[in-house]
Design a protein around this ligand. Structure first.
Ligand code: COI
Length: 370
């Protein structure tokens, strides 16, 4: 019978020479990599092989390999953070394991035990622990990647596949910490559609977003706000989930984000923000909603002085405050406190999540020591 994924034994082939770690303050997102990578191979007959941690190296494939032709590729992004005692900590790795299983299944890649996947990642991070920066705002970004590796041109279920994990020490997305950005609403292009694959972390969802983003950048906008449908529903911002803070039509203080209706990526940061807002902001009179809302409603709220804050949420940038949204040529300004880059709810939520990630909230179940 094919073997299940098993992280209890990992083969370790140590790199002959270890690189000195860089000065953390010079890091550029995703450009620097650690000494090792982890590889887990699968074959239909034999199942999952023993995971291996090997020196970081190029991969070599037959030119007909499935990943290179039909997009048999998905990925995850998660980070390891060092706490005050120097212990690297993962943030909710089981959520990434579940999402990689769900996305992989959608593109016919093989299943695996999510606990073993998380345990393999934990052991890999322990191996590379000197690469986890010991500075708030800095972390080791992990990129698990799942690919089909059959060397055959038919469009079919892969009989060979591989998960590999690489790691990159990263700093804050913006060197000055928070920096509020201007958005441009999508026109024509959509990121996802009903029945499509927007809820999966497929590489193929990202490449088509780059051209519209580049066109928006030429006009001075940092990101696209992806709308959908006749109503111009707000879906996602750039590669992140989107949150809006407003006084809603019923006069209630509300934090709202689009629902997981098949078009929205189920972000780990998104889920964490919803949970923490329900726990800590609902008792302060806030309403927390996963529900459809449109750009028309955001524009109306702005006109009536009810729009409070807008931010993107993802693993890479954590929260990204928004200062303006261009909608059909009209600039909608999101109010910011005098001299600040983020509103109070955005800052509060960001600090709560960071405290958990860096192990400042003792024994929080989301923070897993590596
Ligand atoms: C995010 O964490 O916001 C991402 O989607 C990762 C990005 C580098 C693709």
């Amino acid at each position: 019978a094919p073997k299940p994924l098993d992280a209890s034994n990992i083969i370790f082939k140590k790199a002959e020479q270890l690189k000195p770690v860089p000065d953390w303050s010079t890091l550029k997102f995703g450009k620097e990599f650690t000494d090792h990578m982890m590889i887990m191979k699968w074959n239909k007959e034999t199942g999952w092989g023993t995971p291996e941690i090997v020196p970081m190296q190029n991969l070599s494939f037959h030119p007909a390999t499935s990943v290179l032709h039909y997009g048999f590729e998905c990925f995850e992004g998660l980070k390891a953070y060092k706490d005050d005692k120097g212990v690297p900590r993962l943030f909710r790795p089981n959520k990434n394991a579940e999402r990689m299983l769900s996305t992989g299944t959608r593109i016919s890649l093989p299943a695996f035990d999510t606990k073993e996947w998380s345990e393999a990642i934990r052991k890999f991070v322990a191996t590379e622990s000197r690469w986890v920066p010991d500075k708030r705002g800095f972390s080791l970004y992990l990129r698990p990647t799942f690919i089909g590796t059959d060397a055959a041109l038919g469009v079919h279920h892969c009989e060979n596949a591989m998960i590999y994990v690489i790691a990159s020490p990263v700093g804050p997305y913006y060197s000055s910490g928070f920096k509020a950005i201007r958005l441009c609403c999508s026109e024509g292009a959509v990121r996802a559609w009903p029945g499509g694959t927007g809820q999966y972390k497929l590489g193929g969802n990202y490449a088509p977003s780059v051209l519209p983003a580049a066109e928006a950048a030429e006009k001075g906008f940092a990101q696209i706000l992806w709308l959908y449908g006749e109503e111009d529903y707000v879906t996602e911002v750039g590669t992140m989930n989107c949150f809006t803070v407003w006084i809603n039509k019923n006069g209630e203080k509300e934090i709202i984000t689009a629902p997981l209706d098949g078009m929205i990526l189920p972000g780990v940061t998104r889920d964490s923000i919803l949970d923490i807002a329900r726990e800590r902001l609902v008792p302060q009179g806030w309403k927390v909603t996963e529900g459809k809302y449109s750009m028309k409603e955001v524009a109306q709220a702005s006109k009536e002085g009810r729009l409070l804050e807008v931010f993107g949420a993802g693993t890479a940038a954590l929260v990204s405050p928004v200062k303006a949204i261009n909608y059909k040529g009209n600039e909608i300004n999101v109010p910011l406190p005098e001299g600040q880059e983020a509103g109070p709810i955005t800052s509060q939520i960001s600090n709560w999540i960071l405290d958990i990630q860096y192990g400042k909230e003792p024994n929080h179940p989301w923070s897993v020591p590596a």
